[in-house]
Unconditional design. Structure first.
Length: 127
């Protein structure tokens, strides 16, 4: 099975003091043989949050760790998909971030399960 990670999941995974850290670790252990897709929007947002919460040294370490982890797939969104995401973002009725719309769209198109602690994203993905 392939999962798509949201930055809420990755930040919780990275920071032991995060309120959802234990849940993130438990979810990761359940996945075992699955793959986790991280799109460039999520990667950029995650690294930015980690920079603000910690520092650039921590960001580099986290990026190196996930880069060398088997089962992590990086997806760089092509321009035509970027345009779709932008259109969906601009025409939405809710208030999801651009990154959340990216995750939602990829999950819907690919049938991937979303790894997230963002309630609004998870609710929107179910509807």
């Amino acid at each position: 099975m392939i999962y798509i990670a949201d930055s809420s999941f990755l930040v919780s995974l990275a920071l032991a003091e995060d309120e959802n850290h234990k849940k993130a670790v438990a979810e990761l252990k359940k996945i075992k043989d699955g793959k986790i897709l991280i799109c460039n929007h999520v990667l950029h947002e995650t690294l930015t949050v980690l920079l603000y919460k910690r520092n650039s040294f921590f960001c580099r370490g986290f990026y190196q760790a996930i880069s060398m982890t088997d089962g992590i797939i990086f997806k760089f969104i092509p321009m035509e998909e970027e345009n779709e995401i932008l259109n969906d973002f601009l025409s939405q009725e809710s208030k999801l971030s651009f990154v959340d719309i990216s995750v939602k769209n990829i999950a819907e198109k690919s049938g991937y399960c979303i790894l997230a602690f963002d309630r609004d994203l998870l609710k929107a993905a179910k509807s």
